[in-house]
Design a protein around this ligand. Structure first.
Ligand code: URA
Ligand code: SF4
Length: 192
């Protein structure tokens, strides 16, 4: 399985399926355990991530680390990636065609890791994951559905999907941090 993830990584390194490859310094494949039970899906790399090729290694990452810490989860135990693997210029929102081009990588990562829980960070991630798992009619803005747990069951497995505010919101709005802390409490209670 590790080899399959490696193969995806190599494809992403040379990927030119959308225009974002032109301005990226490094694509950000994802990081963590390929045996993780919990997967976090963000939006796209920011400047720090683009510089280092590592997901959530800037200000938003620091908040994510703090939140994980409060519920006793280490980064090594989870898998973190984004919908887009390359940084959009000036951190603009992902475009529809970029999500269409890039999301097959995320789909394959999910298939390999087979997470029991997917935490969606922010609106774009929530929309994509909920739609992918047949929850389109339950989609609402993140301010309405953050911290709710959506369970999808198939014959073979079940996945809990939890929309969360993007930790970047807490870097410019301190009050948001308490929402995030509360929602991470939901994640902890599921794990117990
Ligand atoms: N924001 C994201 O959505 N992903 C990152 O990796 C960093 C910031
Ligand atoms: Fe390829 Fe995704 Fe990067 Fe676009 S964002 S170039 S699809 S890896």
């Amino acid at each position: 399985m590790k080899g399959v993830l490696k193969k995806i990584e190599e494809e992403i390194l040379y990927c030119r399926k959308c225009n974002l490859w032109r301005e990226r310094k490094n694509p950000v494949v994802g990081e963590g355990s390929w045996e993780a039970k919990i997967m976090f899906v963000g939006e796209a790399p920011g400047a720090n991530e683009d510089e280092k090729g590592i997901p959530f290694c800037g200000a938003a990452g620091k908040i994510l680390d703090e939140l994980l810490n409060t519920i006793g989860i280490k980064r090594e135990e989870i898998y973190i990636t984004n919908i887009l693997k390359c940084r959009p210029p000036q951190n603009r929102n992902p475009k529809e065609e970029e999500i269409i081009a890039c999301s097959p990588y995320l789909d394959r990562q999910i298939e390999i890791i087979k997470p029991e829980i997917i935490c969606c960070l922010g609106n774009f991630s929530t929309f994509y994951i909920m739609k992918k798992f047949g929850l389109k009619d339950k989609i609402q803005g993140i301010s309405k559905i953050h911290g709710k747990v959506f369970e999808i069951r198939s014959l073979f497995n079940s996945i809990k999907i939890i929309p969360l505010y993007h930790p970047a919101v807490a870097t410019y709005n301190v009050n948001m941090k308490s929402f995030l802390e509360k929602d991470f409490g939901v994640l902890r209670s599921i794990l117990e």
